[in-house]
Design a protein around this ligand. Structure first.
Ligand SMILES: *[C@@H]1O[C@H](CO)[C@@H](O)[C@H](O)[C@H]1NC(C)=O
Ligand SMILES: *[C@@H]1O[C@H](CO)[C@@H](O)[C@H](O)[C@H]1NC(C)=O
Ligand SMILES: *[C@@H]1O[C@H](CO)[C@@H](O)[C@H](O)[C@H]1NC(C)=O
Ligand SMILES: [Zn+2]
Length: 438
């Protein structure tokens, strides 16, 4: 959701006009564009700011970017790109039609109420924050020997930030590494919940690889930005593409902080100080309660946390720090493990999705500061990655981006888990070596 549209919408609501769903996206197009050099990349960044555009995917080496352009800006956008010689084409003429399709598919998948039982969730729908919150409680009650639910604190709108601790030894066995995993730090990246819920499923309910459960202590935060996530479901679909949290400290019309720019690591260098921007970093490091909760979890388990995974979408990337382009001391191993995780996913992925690409965030995509994954490295977690799940979800790869096809949900969970297992097993070895336990 961009600021301009946001303001327009508030105005419309104040007038009391009844709007059908997704009306504010009527005529909004998705463009694909490629940049050949730094100058073109810079020009796109300027245009992003100037026209207040929503870049969905940043272009990488040999990968085009995608950008959402509202109807009234299309003329100016096309003119400027043509003038600058930047290659572009319309990928989707009217995104609203696809939003309606997503809505229809997801609505029919949830015609019955969510089955939130200890038998496990079905992977054919996007669960609401309430469903997931209840599910964590149900599991903790049904599996008291291995599952604990913890309330880490409250979001701005006072939702509890709950997470699961999964352990066969109640986090007491110091010979086990801790693996941390979170999803939905960015509200609109709905598909990412499937990765967390699937991992929970395979660690608690359908345990086929016992070492995954027995050799690690897991911390899983399925909804790292509860307020933002709830917001993306609200008011007639108007905020489907909301990314940030729901902070109102900075004003009512442009609200929210990009939580993945709010951590205390190289703060403010690759983010925006403009409240209206989608990468607004907040008033200062850890100004937001949600990032404070994550900071505190890391601090509590820092000695044993070997692997940190932050699940985002989209683009089929496995990215590592730092977001300023400087590599961590163990970059070679970090890259190697990243490649192995990527290969494990590629081996089972849908053929219409591209192979995962592994690399440093700044070198592959863009400079980013204050990210959760970078913060984890900066405080001593040896291996830390941001996954960007695949963008294509509709066989044969027609719909993409943040939209979710129910038929892709289980696949997203399953294939991501293949990568996570590889990372976990490497982390187990490196932890044992580091602690002299071999
Ligand atoms: C819902 O739960 C019931 C009872 O446990 C079970 O029989 C049914 O298959 C579940 N439905 C789904 C969609 O998982
Ligand atoms: C959202 O932003 C506000 C304003 O900065 C902040 O106070 C609040 O803690 C943030 N909420 C989350 C969930 O980060
Ligand atoms: C990038 O950030 C890291 C982590 O804070 C820091 O150690 C490094 O010096 C920074 N590199 C540059 C070029 O500023
Ligand atoms: Zn994201």
């Amino acid at each position: 959701m961009r600021a301009t549209m946001h303001r327009a919408l508030v105005f419309v609501l104040l007038l009391g006009v009844a709007y059908a769903k997704f009306e504010n996206y009527e005529g909004t197009s998705v463009y694909e564009f490629s940049v050949k050099n730094g100058a073109e990349a810079k020009l796109m960044q300027q245009l992003e700011k100037e026209l207040d555009l929503d870049i969905w995917a940043h272009p990488g080496p040999s990968r085009p970017g995608t950008v959402l352009v509202p109807k009234q800006l299309k003329g100016e956008f096309e003119y400027k790109l043509k003038f600058a010689g930047i290659q572009h084409k319309v990928q989707v003429d009217n995104i609203k039609e696809y939003m309606e399709l997503e809505d229809k598919l997801l609505t029919s998948a949830k015609s019955q109420r969510a089955n939130v039982t200890a038998a496990g969730l079905s992977f054919d729908r996007v669960y609401t924050w309430e469903d997931i919150d209840q599910y964590l409680e149900v599991l903790a009650e049904a599996y008291p020997d291995t599952v604990t639910v913890v309330n880490g604190g409250s979001s701005v709108e006072r939702r509890p930030m709950k997470y699961l601790k999964i352990s066969t030894t109640n986090f007491q066995d110091k010979s086990k590494p801790v693996i941390y995993m979170q999803s939905l730090l960015h509200a609109r990246e709905w598909i990412t919940q499937a990765a967390s819920l699937y991992a929970i499923h395979r660690l608690v309910i359908d345990v086929t690889e016992r070492d995954m459960r027995n050799d690690f202590d897991w911390i899983i935060v399925p909804v790292a930005n509860p307020d933002g996530f709830v917001h993306t479901h609200g008011i007639s679909g108007t905020f489907r593409y909301w990314r940030k949290n729901r902070s109102t400290d900075y004003g009512l019309l442009c609200m929210g902080v990009d939580l993945n720019r709010n951590f205390d690591v190289i703060f403010g260098t690759g983010s925006s100080d403009n409240v209206c921007s989608d990468t607004f970093h907040g008033a200062g490091p850890f100004s937001e309660p949600e990032t404070q909760v994550i900071r505190d979890i890391i601090a509590e388990h820092k000695d044993r946390m070997e692997l940190f995974l932050d699940i985002h979408s989209f683009g089929s990337w496995i990215l590592y720090g730092y977001g300023n382009g400087t590599l961590p001391a163990n970059a070679l191993y970090t890259h190697l493990i990243g490649v192995q995780m990527a290969q494990a996913i590629d081996a089972v992925k849908k053929s219409y999705n591209p192979d995962y690409v592994v690399g440093n965030t700044a070198l592959m995509l863009y400079e980013a500061s204050g990210s959760a994954a970078d913060y984890a490295i900066s405080v001593g977690v040896p291996f830390s990655y941001t996954y960007e799940l695949p963008g294509l979800r509709f066989d044969p790869g027609t719909l993409f981006g943040f939209l979710v096809d129910p038929a892709f949900i289980e696949q997203a969970g399953f294939e991501t888990w293949e990568g996570i297992k590889v990372g976990a097993r490497y982390a187990r070895n490196s932890y044992r070596a580091r602690k002299g336990l071999l």
